[in-house]
Design a protein around this ligand. Structure first.
Ligand code: PAF
Length: 283
């Protein structure tokens, strides 16, 4: 596995592959990898001839009081995991390579999509995500890019950006990977102490409760949300940021399940903000 740190070098490598007729899969990450990320690498290996993963903790998607500095990092461990799982190249740029001193252009999302769900408490987050993802797409020029469904709002916003800006990349959504006890895998799970880790199970428990109500035929989103919220509030260490039901494309709130409906939540367990979701396709 090759580690590449400059835009020029990754571009010439990808050009070489494309001249050979090879397809390129891309897995953008912020590092501190877990099985969720590895499932994206595996899917890329299945669907493409070559796989590139990027590791870049993107400063522009963190607000001033968020965990940019504290975000967990372990480059050597990430490289071992990627190499063991058949990744061909790790793109590991320095901050200045992506955001040089005179950097002045950001993606401006003018719909209400980034203002819902996570956007309520993270107002600049999706501008930062879209900006770095657009840049990475332009640098890596992959055929396909693989994103986890855990970040459902991110996925919807990136799909819309790709469509709106005619970016020639196929975005491939991949399912949420969970710990055996149900907790969705996340790099931020490492922030949790023992008690918090147990308390964090309230997220997946309420996801499973919501799903079971839908399976029993409930279509009123408010009834489902109330049951989920009541369950989360029964955990004293949990503090809800949001629990909402939104349209899967627009991210706007819905009252009833029609079309694709995303039930999504962000819950603080101690100082750690965790997200989880499930999607219902109305028949
Ligand atoms: O999902 C993430 O890890 C990040 O938001 C991404 C897509 C790598 C952009 O920094």
């Amino acid at each position: 596995m090759e580690i590449i740190t400059t835009i020029d070098n990754i571009r010439s490598k990808v050009k070489e592959w494309k001249l050979q007729g090879l397809s390129v899969g891309f897995v953008p990450t912020m590092g501190y990898l877990h099985e969720g990320h590895i499932s994206l690498v595996n899917e890329s290996n299945k669907q493409c001839d070559k796989t590139i993963a990027s590791i870049f903790v993107n400063p522009s998607q963190f607000g001033p009081n968020e965990d940019f500095e504290a975000y967990p990092r372990d480059f050597d461990r990430d490289c071992s995991l990627l190499e063991a799982n058949g990744c061909d190249i790790v793109f590991y740029p320095e901050k200045n390579e992506i955001y040089p001193e005179n950097f002045a252009t950001y993606i401006n999302i003018i719909s209400d999509m980034p203002k819902q769900l996570c956007g309520k408490s993270r107002p600049i987050h999706f501008q930062g995500v879209c900006t770095v993802v657009a840049k990475l797409f332009n640098i890596v020029t992959p055929d396909k890019a693989f994103f986890g469904e855990k970040d459902a709002q991110q996925l919807a916003i990136i799909k819309k950006m790709v469509a709106d800006l005619n970016i020639d990349v196929k975005v491939v959504p991949c399912p949420i990977i969970r710990e055996e006890d149900g907790l969705a895998k996340s790099s931020r799970n490492t922030y949790l102490n023992k008690e918090e880790r147990i308390a964090a199970l309230i997220l997946s428990k309420s996801i499973f409760l919501g799903k079971s109500l839908v399976e029993k035929g409930e279509r009123n989103a408010d009834i489902i949300l109330s049951a989920m919220i009541e369950m989360i509030n029964s955990e004293p260490m949990a503090k809800i940021d949001y629990v909402d039901a939104v349209d899967g494309l627009t991210m706007l709130k819905v009252k009833n399940i029609t079309g694709t409906t995303l039930f999504a939540m962000a819950v603080n367990i101690g100082k750690t903000r965790l997200i989880d979701n499930f999607v219902v396709e109305a028949k």
